[in-house]
Structure formats: C-alpha cells, structure tokens
Design a protein around this ligand. Structure first.
Ligand SMILES: [Fe+2]
Ligand SMILES: [Fe+2]
Length: 193
C-alpha cells in the first residue's frame, strides 16, 4: 500500500540529487522514525514530511555556494545568507509539493515553519521541530555520514570524530538522539580509528 509518506518521498527525491542529499535524506528519514518511536507525543504527520522535504532547497543553490555554507562546520556562519536561501527555498518547495498532494493546510504551514530555520534557528519551536533537527544531524555520527562530513569540514577522521563528540550536547535536543549519537559514534570509531 502506498502511504502519503511514500508519495512525498517520491516528489521530494529529485531535489536530493545534490550535496549528498541522496545519501543524507534516507538516513535522516530513518532516524526520524526511530525518534518518533521514542516520542509518541510528537506528530509524525508533521515530522516525517518535514524531514523528507527539509533540504530540497539545496537544489536551488549552486554547488560552489553550497560548499561555502556548510552548517555545523568550521566554516559555520561564513555565508549565513546561503544557508538561509536553502531554508526559504526548501519551505517554498515543501509548500508546492504538499499542496499538490492536498496535504492538510495547518500541518503544511507547521512543516514550512520547521524547514524555514532548520539550520539557522538554534532553538526548537516544538517537540516536532526538535525531532526534525535531531534526525537531520544524526548522520554526522554514523559510519556512512562521517567520511562525507569530515571531508566537508576539511578534517581527518580522528579529529572529525573528536569534533562531533564534543558537540553532542549542544547540537542535539532530545535524550534519545543523544544516546543514538553516542551509539553511532562508537560504531564509527570502531570502523575508522
Ligand atoms: Fe539543511
Ligand atoms: Fe539536512
């Protein structure tokens, strides 16, 4: 049976074919589902579309500008206007896709608010927002994301793993995500160090 999430996934996927989005988004989607299992009071009808659509705006940013706006990196806030652009374009594209699917308008508005600020807004607006922010960041710790993110940060794997370990508390909002980050980091250390 095709779910609404399958439909959103299919329409979002073409926008993931840049900046490793085709690797990042399926992982983030899986982490969002894991976090939702621990926080049943969160609304999956907001969290899952938001995570599938959060980085669609990168498709509107040239690869050269993308590399100048790597959030979470040593280059953080070097080009905040470029990071903002992928947020505002992502919110716009999410609106178009969800409207095309006749998605609930109030939920669509909440999803757009979450996407518009998912990287540059440091605080979470709600539990739904916190789960999206956490699911977005967990690939920075896992064995697939680590080599990609280390290269973006221009760090060797050892220093990169130290870098992300020191940021578990400040990057992540929920205790489940922090636990997951520690588990993933242990896997990456076992694999790379
Ligand atoms: Fe993003
Ligand atoms: Fe992301």
């Amino acid at each position: 049976m095709t779910t609404i999430y399958d439909q959103i996934y299919k329409l979002a996927e073409p926008y993931w074919q840049t900046r490793k989005g085709e690797i990042h988004m399926p992982r983030a989607y899986d982490y969002a589902r894991q976090l939702l299992a621990s926080y049943p009071e969160a609304d999956e009808t907001v969290v899952l579309p938001a995570i599938l659509l959060h980085d669609t705006g990168w498709m509107m940013v040239t690869p050269d500008l993308q590399m100048q706006a790597l959030v979470g990196s040593a280059n953080q806030d070097k080009r905040p206007e470029v990071s903002r652009l992928h947020e505002t374009e992502g919110a716009r594209i999410a609106g178009e896709i969800l409207t095309a699917l006749n998605y609930d308008t109030a939920k669509t508005a909440e999803i757009q608010r979450i996407i518009d600020g998912h990287d540059t807004r440091r605080e979470a607006l709600s539990l739904n927002d916190a789960l999206v922010k956490d699911a977005d960041k967990l690939w920075r710790f896992d064995p697939v994301g680590v080599p990609i993110c280390a290269q973006w940060n221009e760090l060797a794997l050892g220093p990169y793993l130290d870098f992300v370990e020191a940021r578990i508390e400040s990057w992540l909002f929920t205790s489940r995500a922090k636990d997951l980050a520690r588990t993933l980091l242990a896997q990456s250390k076992a694999q790379f160090l």
